[in-house]
Design a protein around this ligand. Structure first.
Ligand SMILES: Cc1cc2nc3c(=O)[nH]c(=O)nc-3n(C[C@H](O)[C@H](O)[C@H](O)COP(=O)(O)O)c2cc1C
Length: 329
């Protein structure tokens, strides 16, 4: 099998798959660097960190983890296995998140191939979902996706769902009253003709305040003619947990998140995230109370059946890849 980093086309395919990952406010806080066509490095881009919303860099590392999962899948599709070294010691570059080498391996399972094929179809949907229930079999598959990445996914019942949504609503109220939050939000929304940030067509309807406390991306510069809509009062939530709450755990959470989201997409589900409780938190964890003993909550995911939504833009391949040696084959 040809080495996946040996050609321009091969690296382009891998990096394009990686950058299709979700990222907080679509900041795409990553850079890739290829060393001697043998190691592909994933770096966090500190210029794209949300200093107000994400002072610890938690959302940044989760975003990088999601990109790393796609990169791993892409490598599996080439008849190789990724050899990932997370946070290698590198005094020259504190932003180095992972160094990825490869070794030959049997072709991937059909599950891997299907998840890879799903990458371009996954997107965040901020529209209301139908009342259709997510079946037990699909929920079990989502739980297994988290476990396969060393994380856990809880599927809360009505009481815990109500509690979690009250936390999200409280946090959302706190955020929208904060000018620093709104100023930063404006920087990553409202842009036209951009290849990052959240475009107006992805905002979804304006939440009415009844039902689910969706984050309103239209706050910083309202889109005219945007309809309001009610969101379900008791949506199907998933709670992603890790054992620790440090950068390595956030990177793991990002990989698990992306595996869950791709698994959900493959099963016809729409998804979105409710991250408000973590925003602007500089302490080690938000107050997520009763669910704490099971681990650290890293994400609240909303699952359901919704209408198709358009994809969001990404920065082009040359903007995110740096090479340290000349000469592609
Ligand atoms: C760590 C993280 C936190 C996120 N938090 C939210 C959120 O609170 N609300 C929301 O609607 N989307 C959230 N998103 C989704 C991003 O806004 C979305 O991935 C990005 O705009 C790119 O769009 P796409 O997912 O459709 O490709 C989050 C994504 C990540 C990775």
């Amino acid at each position: 099998m040809p080495h996946p980093f040996a050609t321009h086309v091969g690296v382009r395919r891998l990096v394009t798959a990686a950058t299709a990952a979700p990222s907080v406010h679509n900041t795409q806080p990553w850079r890739f660097r290829l060393h001697d066509a043998s190691v592909l490095e994933l770096h966090a881009d500190p210029d794209r960190k949300l200093d107000v919303l994400d002072p610890r860099g938690r959302a940044l590392y989760i975003s990088c983890g999601a990109a790393l999962f796609n990169l791993r899948l892409g490598i599996r599709m080439t008849g190789h296995r990724p050899l990932v070294q997370s946070f290698p010691d590198n005094v020259d570059d504190p932003n180095l998140v992972a160094a990825v080498a490869v070794e030959e391996a049997p072709m991937p399972s059909s599950t891997h191939a299907e998840l890879y094929a799903t990458i371009p179809h996954r997107r965040t949907s901020r529209r209301p979902f139908s009342k259709r229930i997510v079946s037990r079999a699909v929920r079990d598959e989502l739980v297994e996706a988290a476990r396969a990445e060393g994380a856990a996914l809880g599927m809360p019942g009505p009481q815990t769902t109500a509690y979690l949504l009250s936390l999200v609503a409280d946090a959302d109220r706190r955020l929208v009253a904060d000018d620093r939050y709104l100023t930063e939000l404006a920087r990553w929304t409202c842009g036209r003709g951009r290849d990052d940030g959240i475009p107006w067509y992805a905002y979804g309807p304006r939440p009415t305040g009844r039902g689910l406390p969706m984050r309103d991306f239209g706050l910083a510069g309202p889109v005219t003619g945007r309809d309001a809509d009610d969101f379900a009062v008791r949506p199907q939530l998933g709670v992603l947990l890790t054992q620790g709450d440090e950068p390595a755990d956030w990177l793991l959470a990002g990989q698990a998140l992306q595996r869950i989201l791709l698994t959900a997409t493959r099963r016809g589900l729409s998804t979105s995230l409710l991250s408000q409780p973590w925003d602007m938190q500089s302490g080690s964890r938000p107050d997520t109370g009763a669910t704490r003993p099971a681990g650290h909550i890293q994400a609240i995911i909303r699952f359901g059946y919704g209408p198709p939504v358009p994809g969001t833009p990404r920065r082009p391949f040359p903007a995110v890849l740096q090479r340290t040696q000349k000469g592609w084959k």
